[in-house]
Design a protein around this ligand. Structure first.
Ligand SMILES: [Zn+2]
Length: 453
């Protein structure tokens, strides 16, 4: 049955000499050059072979379109379970992922109630059944050190908030944070941190513009939080969410840890506008810092891209500025915006694939993100001639607005998920075949298992 993964086997059926069930033909980036390729998929929708030419039972030719792996978004807020004023859920959120070329999303734990206990996380996993348009993996909330090991039976990773946020009023204090780092290290799962030290926030005067918000939560708050965590961190799979300053990114990389940057911090800057819709944490930075961040991204200094999709309703983003909720939607537009950057010659396609597709999947232990044998056949066909302007009216998003209105984008012409089409030209066309997944390294060893290569 397509879409189902079988356990790993080391018998003859894995031999690449088998004829593929399906062949996708197009062009692709191989060793830094765009060339004609054909991707052969097996009956489970996994990649069997990639070659210049091959035969298969069925064949789909994408002509001049670029075939690339779909993305993994480590950071989304689908708001499950939802509070009364929430408008997003597993179904609507994962449809936006499918349309935007994302085939696995990491759902953050600050729902209502938060995923801070194993029974809540179990209930959350059960709510996902039959509603996912793409795969999802669930974060447990790192709030109580004594709950980490039970949460680790369901969670794919953990999230630590250092400052209050939607659904989290009281983040753990410094001594508890150290215990949490040790406990997460013990269970061997990844830990993602929202690093901003509230001791550096300035509450007055009340923020009225994006520049005020940048001053209220200044870059130093991020830099100090990063430095402090790096000093406390055991050698765990530590990843810093949505960093905004090149200084903290370099510090994280020097210490051997991982981090992400979000499209809104790459593409939008703070300014005198009283635009509460672009209010986000950490704040948009001044233009000079934004362009520095983009340059670092372009030059491969930032390992990963993640949307931090936070779909608030238009009413909670309404003025006054200082009372509007923080966060912007961005799941369906992340890859399309950056594909437009590639088309404009400002970004390398290889850098985009590495940061959005390959590294996030690898970091989360998911067999996708590269066009190589044994990876899931999750493939985008991109036509770089199909330019469009982002318009909230045409996005499949219940929140009904986007901070990127009017910007150029290139949506994948087709999104193939385990061999089957799930989206085409901005429309979701699939059936809900997504599953809740966990990292391969988190699974208990199966009988006769061998280390994966
Ligand atoms: Zn977030």
């Amino acid at each position: 049955m397509p879409g189902r993964r079988r356990p790993e086997r080391d018998d003859a059926s894995e031999r690449p000499s088998l004829a593929p069930e399906r062949v996708l033909a197009g062009r692709s980036l191989v060793h830094g050059r765009i060339q004609a390729v054909e991707v052969g998929l097996d009956s489970d929708g996994r990649i069997l072979r990639v070659a210049k030419q091959m035969r298969g039972a069925s064949r789909r030719d994408f002509g001049e379109m670029i075939l690339m792996p779909s993305a993994t978004d480590l950071h989304v807020h689908l708001r499950e379970p939802a509070s009364a004023d929430s408008i997003e859920n597993f179904a609507s959120g994962t449809e936006q992922a499918a349309v935007g070329g994302v085939s696995a999303v990491g759902e953050m734990p600050n729902g209502s109630p938060p995923a801070d206990r194993v029974d809540r996380l179990e209930a959350k996993r059960d709510r996902a059944r039959g509603r996912l348009a793409v795969d999802a993996f669930l974060y447990g909330l790192a709030s109580h050190p004594e709950r980490i090991s039970s949460l680790a039976s369901i969670a794919a990773a953990f999230k630590l908030f250092e400052c209050p946020t939607t659904g989290i009023d009281e983040p753990p204090d410094a001594p508890t944070r150290v215990q949490l780092l040790q406990e997460v290290d013990r269970v061997g799962l990844p830990l993602v941190v929202h690093a901003e030290d509230p001791a550096f926030f300035r509450a007055t005067p009340a923020a009225e513009t994006l520049s005020d918000w940048n001053r209220a939560r200044p870059p130093e708050a991020e830099e100090r939080a990063v430095t402090e965590l790096l000093q406390a961190a055991p050698p765990l799979r530590l990843h810093f969410a949505h960093l905004t300053t090149v200084a903290s990114i370099r510090r994280v990389r020097q210490a051997g840890f991982s981090c992400e940057v979000s499209p809104h911090h790459l593409l939008l800057a703070a300014g005198p506008a009283a635009d509460a819709r672009r209010k986000v944490n950490p704040p948009l930075r001044a233009e000079e810092m934004r362009s520095e961040l983009y340059e670092a991204f372009r030059h491969g200094e930032i390992p990963m891209l993640a949307s931090d999709h936070a779909p608030h309703s238009a009413s909670v983003k309404a003025p006054p500025f200082d009372r509007a909720a923080s966060g912007v939607p961005g799941l369906s537009t992340m890859l399309p915006l950056l594909l437009a950057e590639v088309r404009a010659g400002r970004l390398d396609l290889g850098t985009l694939i590495a940061t959005a597709c390959d590294r996030p999947a690898r970091w989360m232990g998911l067999p996708q993100g590269r066009l190589v044998p044994r990876h899931a056949g999750r493939i985008l066909a991109v036509d770089f001639r199909q330019r469009t302007e982002i318009s909230a009216r045409r996005l499949p998003a219940p929140c009904g607005w986007t901070p990127f209105e009017g910007r150029e984008a290139i949506f994948p012409a087709y999104h193939i998920f385990d061999g089957n089409e799930i989206a085409s030209a901005g429309q979701y066309t699939g059936s809900r075949v997504g599953r809740v997944v966990r990292p391969e390294f988190a699974r208990p060893p199966a009988p006769h298992a061998r280390p994966s290569g």
